[in-house]
Write a protein that binds this ligand. Structure first.
Ligand SMILES: NC(=O)c1ccc[n+]([C@@H]2O[C@H](COP(=O)([O-])OP(=O)(O)OC[C@H]3O[C@@H](n4cnc5c(N)ncnc54)[C@H](OP(=O)(O)O)[C@@H]3O)[C@@H](O)[C@H]2O)c1
Length: 209
């Protein structure tokens, strides 16, 4: 499967590297594909990865958006036609000072991305954990949970597989409207990491009885 990464920063870099090392073809995009950062990222990720333009990455089977929220609308629009494509939205509509979300409760970043990416099969995923966990989801014999939600069952199955391929325990959180609950969960993660001093090497786990 080919995965196009739009936003090859902390999140896009960690996920793209993990997927390429799990055997997927990964296209890391940048607004400047010749930049040293994205060229080195692709080189480090291994032979299944390469750097390219945003438009080229958008042609992949699956397209990941991992851009800062204020730049996400522009990034989605610059990707061109995304009709029928599996789109993973890993963004969080964070206020710049991390004090809260720009939108929420009655809508979500995930639903907003689905509006911009007309006709795409949007799955919200990888937004509730930090990028260091994305690089390695295993915790001493245990696995980090990965919540995802979306309206297209096949697209969700694809994302479930991609999460599993890189070591997560994927948990279906329901339709895309559940992004309204997953995005505040990301805010909790950030607050625990930074304000409560837990650091970046922790993740959510689900217990069952
Ligand atoms: N950091 C985390 O641990 C974490 C965890 C979960 C979710 N998130 C969410 O994931 C998103 C990305 O976070 P991050 O920490 O990975 O950000 P980041 O390190 O700042 O990376 C963002 C990337 O977006 C690219 N970009 C910006 N505008 C673009 C555009 N118009 N078209 C294409 N690419 C564009 C930039 O690449 P170029 O300059 O090369 O184009 C940059 O590398 C945010 O919404 C964040 O809330 C972050």
């Amino acid at each position: 499967m080919t995965i196009g990464i739009i936003g090859s920063g902390n999140v896009g870099g960690a996920l793209g590297t993990a997927w390429s090392q799990a055997g997927h073809d990964v296209i890391f995009s940048s607004r400047n594909p010749q930049s040293k950062e994205v060229q080195e990222l692709a080189l480090k990720a291994g032979p299944k990865a390469r750097a390219a333009s945003v438009a080229e990455a958008a042609e992949a089977d699956v397209v990941l958006f991992a851009t800062p929220w204020p730049l996400t609308e522009k990034a989605v629009r610059s990707a061109g036609k995304l009709q029928d494509k599996v789109v993973i939205d890993a963004t969080n509509p964070l206020r710049e000072d991390l004090s809260g979300l720009e939108i929420g409760t009655t809508t979500s970043g995930g639903e907003q991305v689905a509006e911009w990416a007309k006709g795409a099969k949007v799955v919200k995923a990888f937004n509730t954990i930090g990028y260091k966990v994305m690089a390695d989801a295993r915790f001493q014999g245990d696995r980090s949970v990965l919540f995802y939600c979306g309206d297209d069952p096949q697209a969700k199955e694809t994302v479930r597989g991609l999460a599993s391929d890189i070591g997560f325990e994927p948990i279906d959180a329901g339709p895309l409207v559940q992004a309204r609950t997953l995005e505040p969960l990301a805010l909790l993660w950030i607050s625990l990491a930074i304000k409560q001093g837990l650091g970046f090497e922790f993740a959510y786990k689900l217990l069952r009885r």
